[in-house]
Design a protein around this ligand. Structure first.
Ligand code: UDP
Ligand code: MG
Length: 307
C-alpha cells in the first residue's frame, strides 16, 4: 500500500479537492493507497474538512496537531502515522502534480527505495524569491554536500527509508536533505511545479529566512568555522597593523592613525559580536536538542488504525 502524506495548514478549500484528485488518479492506476492528512494547527475549517472527508472515504486518515508545529513536524507526523510499505509526501495545495505519484510508485515497484521529486520548473515566483531561494540552495548544497538546487519535499520513500528517518533522534530536521542523507537506492523524477489554485502560500519572507538559517544550522557547522577563519584574518591584520604602528612610533609620527584605531575597534568589535551570535545560535539549537521535546503533539487521530 502507498501512503500519501499531506501536511495541511489553513487549506480548507484544498482538502477535498486534493483527496478526490489523488484518489481518482491512484484508483485509475490500480494502486492501493491511504491518504494521511496532517492538520498542522490550522485556524480555519481544515480539520472539519478532513473529518468530513474521512467519514465519506475510508482511505483517509486524519491527524490533528494541538497547535502549529510547522511543515517539517507535519511531514514527520505523517510518516509516523502511515502504514504503507511506501510513503509519499506532497503539498496539499496540489502544486506537486499527483500524476507524478504513479510514475514514482512504478519506480518503487522496480526496486528503488528513495524516489525524489525534482523541480523541472519552479512555477510562478517573484524575482526576489527566486534569487534568495537560489542563494539558500547554493549554501545548503555546499553544507550538505548534496545538490539541492532543484530539490523539493515531494518524495516517495520505501518503508526502510521511512523507518530510518523516524529513528533519528534529532528535533531540528530538514526533510529534503535527510531523505538524501539516509542513502538507499535513489532515483529522481522531474515534475513541473503547478499553480496554486486556492488559498495562498504560507511563507512570508521572514519565515523563509528563518527556515533557511534553521536548516543550514541543522545540516552544517560551517558558519561556526567561519568564526575561526574570521579570527585568523583579524589576527593577521592586527600583526601587520601592529608592525606599522610600531614603525610609526619609532619614527616619531605616532599621533597619526587615530582613525585607524577607531576603525579597528569597530571592525574587531563587530566581528566578535557576529561570531558570538553564530555560536550563540548553535548553543540555542543544542539546548533545544538536549531538552528532547517531542517534535509535535497530536490531539486527535481519525481513520483506520496504524498497522
Ligand atoms: N504547511 C504546513 N505547515 C506550515 C506551513 C505550510 O503544513 O506551517 C503546508 C501547507 O499546507 C502546504 C505545504 O506545507 O501543504 C506547502 O506550503 P505552501 O504551499 O504554503 O508553500 P509554497 O508552495 O509556497 O512553498
Ligand atoms: Mg504551495
Amino acid at each position: 500500500m502507498l501512503s500519501v502524506i499531506l501536511p495541511a495548514y489553513n487549506e480548507e478549500k484544498m482538502i477535498k479537492k486534493a483527496a478526490v484528485r489523488i484518489g481518482e488518479i491512484l484508483d485509475g492506476a490500480d494502486i492501493p493507497y491511504e491518504i494521511v492528512f496532517v492538520n498542522d494547527g490550522s485556524k480555519d475549517g481544515t480539520w472539519k474538512e478532513i473529518e468530513e472527508a474521512a467519514e465519506q472515504d475510508d482511505h483517509i486518515v486524519g491527524v490533528r496537531f494541538s497547535r502549529n508545529f510547522g511543515k517539517e513536524a507535519a511531514m514527520f507526523a505523517g510518516l509516523a502515522n502511515a502504514s504503507g510499505e511506501c510513503c509519499a509526501v506532497m503539498d496539499c495545495d496540489l502544486q506537486h502534480p499527483p500524476e507524478t505519484l504513479v510514475e514514482m510508485y512504478r519506480l518503487w515497484q522496480q526496486g528503488y527505495e528513495v524516489i525524489e521529486g525534482v523541480k523541472r520548473t519552479r512555477g510562478q515566483e517573484s524575482a526576489l524569491h527566486r534569487a534568495s531561494a537560489g542563494m539558500f540552495y547554493r549554501l545548503i548544497s555546499k553544507a550538505a554536500k548534496i545538490d539541492m538546487s532543484r530539490a523539493s519535499d515531494f518524495k516517495l520513500l520505501d518503508r526502510k527509508a521511512v523507518d530510518a528517518m523516524l529513528s533519528m533522534p534529532e528535533r531540528n530536521t530538514f526533510f529534503r536533505a535527510l531523505s538524501s542523507w539516509v542513502g538507499f537506492k535513489t532515483v529522481s523524477v522531474e515534475f513541473d511545479v503547478q499553480e496554486r489554485t486556492e488559498g495562498e502560500s504560507k511563507w512570508s519572507t521572514w519565515s523563509l529566512i528563518k527556515y533557511a538559517v534553521q536548516n543550514i544550522v541543522a545540516f552544517s557547522t560551517v558558519p561556526m568555522q567561519c568564526v575561526t577563519v574570521a579570527g585568523v584574518l583579524v589576527f593577521l591584520m592586527a600583526v601587520i597593523l601592529g608592525i606599522q604602528s610600531l614603525v610609526k612610533y619609532f619614527s616619531g609620527h605616532a599621533m597619526e592613525g587615530f582613525t585607524m584605531v577607531i576603525l579597528l575597534i569597530l571592525i574587531i568589535g563587530s566581528i566578535i559580536m557576529i561570531s558570538l551570535g553564530i555560536i550563540g545560535y548553535y548553543i540555542a539549537k543544542i539546548y533545544e536538542e538536549v531538552k528532547a521535546r517531542p517534535r509535535y503533539l497530536i490531539s486527535k487521530r481519525i481513520g483506520t488504525e496504524k498497522k
